[in-house]
Design a protein around this ligand. Structure first.
Ligand SMILES: Cc1ncc(COP(=O)(O)O)c(C=O)c1O
Length: 512
């Protein structure tokens, strides 16, 4: 071979190795520093593989090379490689080295679809880089088993079209203005609706209308907190809330959960938070209901430590077996709770309409904040929605969908139980559009999600809902709201195949 070309190839290969080491170094720098180094290396390598920063088929540096590059012990690297080999992320080829598993190439990056970890962009601020690196929302929004998605095919389009048309004409030009305080009649019907369904005593003037829960959370963070303030987030919890809070400069603190809901320990109160984000009626993603004594303790703790509670009641309309649980807002004597509701689940997510109910003292300032930060608008949609509710279409749609969703939930439970009883354990399930299952064996839920994806199935691994990767339980969040019974019947056995194959593989590895 021509010597110059040979040198060029050698040089190119060397560059690749340097780049791979740099990806691993960056990933390691972002890993949770509270973890042992060997766990940190394992987790950061795994994340780099799942994010496709290390593609399937990539030859990794030898353990000797990597320990020199990262200035860490060889045993640490060997441990991480062995763990990843055992779990199937890596494969070793005799005489050739350790590779990222080929089976992972070409898989959609649903698990962490928008993450750009390790690709620090020069033009972005530190905050911008942080937001880009934490993205967890999916670009895929339909299909088995996307969590949290309603069935929009069954939405009463004809009624909605008529109502939207009524407010979309020349005589209604005022509906095209900014509207930071929101459409009054919509706030009135929401207040009436909440007093009946959630036992909440509130006036229309306590309600602020916003473009979705994320915007409501952002407004709370900006109006109630300063940069660096602590916000408690249930662990596992809604990554969307965590990301919005982090983007607003707050410090999210994971607070453990048990089967009775959020369970702060005495030491947690010593470092008291400014905000407490909870989903008490149906915790996301575990579906647990916050027990009454815990509710009272939380309210008391918030009051004595000067913290605000954000109650995210995102799935309140979809409840099946038990009657709806009274709101925390309604229980609060001291006005420490901000209640959030959304129309994303009952109407459709693209409507971008949510509301917050505020303690009296906060109303004026929040309205100014809303106007200054986001201006507000969508009066046509707000007017159409007010009439949709007032004319009874809203309640009728909820009632109809409740029985549709209940049938789908039961169908999914039954199909999975039939094949996987003993291997999975249901958490909650009384409400919502999704089911959370724990795996009773510690199989890697990210790998289950990846295997499922190769069959066209979407599974949200429970591990992605944790802030502290050292605390994770393995499981899967499965949406059924937007999936027909017929599709559940074909898709659930396919998912069971995937899980059984993982269990078998684990069993084989245990025996060897
Ligand atoms: C826990 C939780 N809260 C709220 C929402 C709704 O958010 P939005 O109102 O922005 O659509 C979701 C969406 O999936 C959610 O999972």
């Amino acid at each position: 071979m021509d010597a110059t070309i040979g040198n060029h190839f050698e040089k190119h290969e060397e560059m690749d190795k340097t780049l791979i080491c740099e990806v691993i170094r960056q990933s390691l720098a972002q890993a949770d520093s509270a973890q042992l180094l060997r766990n940190r290396l394992y987790l950061s390598l795994r994340q780099a593989i799942l994010d496709h920063r290390l593609e399937g088929g990539t030859l990794l540096p030898s353990s000797r090379q990597l320990c020199q590059e990262l200035a860490i012990g060889r045993k640490t690297v060997v441990h991480a490689y062995e763990q990843l080999l055992m779990e199937g992320y890596l494969e070793s080829r005799a005489g050739s080295g350790t590779y990222v598993s080929e089976a992972l190439s070409g898989r959609s990056a649903f698990i962490t679809p928008r993450r750009l970890i390790g690709t620090r962009r020069e033009g972005l601020s530190r905050r911008g880089n942080q937001i880009a690196s934490q993205g967890a929302s999916s670009t895929i929004q339909r299909g088995a088993f996307i969590p949290g998605v309603p069935d929009t095919d069954l939405f009463p389009f004809a009624v909605w079209r008529r109502l939207m048309g009524k407010y979309t004409n020349k005589n209604m030009a005022r509906f095209l203005d900014y509207a930071s305080s929101g459409y009054g009649p919509l706030k009135t019907v929401i207040a009436e609706y909440l007093s009946v369904t959630r036992l909440m005593k509130c006036q229309a003037r306590q309600i602020v209308l916003l473009n979705g829960t994320h915007q409501a959370l952002d407004l709370c963070a900006r109006m109630l907190c300063d940069v660096g303030d602590r916000v408690w987030i249930e662990e596992p919890g809604y990554w969307g809330a965590r990301n919005v809070m982090t983007a607003a400069g707050l410090t999210p603190v994971p607070i453990p959960l048990d089967e009775r809901g959020i369970a702060p320990r005495p030491q947690d109160w010593k470092n008291s938070p400014r905000l407490i984000y909870v989903s008490p009626s149906s915790q996301y993603p575990t579906g647990t209901v916050l027990a009454l004594d815990r509710r009272l303790e939380l309210l008391e703790g918030a009051d004595s430590h000067g913290a605000w509670i954000i109650e995210d009641d995102y799935d309140n309309e979809q409840h099946y077996d038990k009657s709806t649980v009274a709101s925390l807002f309604g229980l609060s004597q001291k006005q420490r709770v901000i209640y959030l509701g959304t129309f994303s689940k009952v109407m459709f997510p693209g409507l971008r309409l949510a509301y917050m109910v505020l303690p009296e003292d906060l109303v004026e300032a929040f309205q100014v904040g809303n106007s200054e930060l986001y201006r507000g608008g969508r009066l046509i949609e707000q007017a159409a929605l007010a009439e949709f509710i007032a004319d009874g279409h809203f309640t009728a749609h909820i009632k109809r969908m409740r029985s549709v969703y209940k049938e789908r939930r039961d169908c999914l439970c039954e199909a999975l139980d039939k094949r996987l009883a003993g291997a999975i354990e249901l958490s909650g399930g009384h409400a919502g559009l999704q089911l959370l299952y724990y795996f009773t064996e510690p199989i890697d839920d990210a790998m289950v999600a990846s295997d499922a994806m190769s069959k066209g199935l979407i599974v949200r691994p429970l591990s992605m809902y944790y802030q502290d990767q050292g605390q994770v339980r393995s499981g899967m969040n499965l949406g059924y709201g937007g999936v027909s019974v017929e599709r559940i019947r074909t898709a659930a056995p396919m998912l069971a195949d995937v899980i059984e194959a993982r269990l078998l593989r684990r069993e084989r590895l245990r025996r060897t």
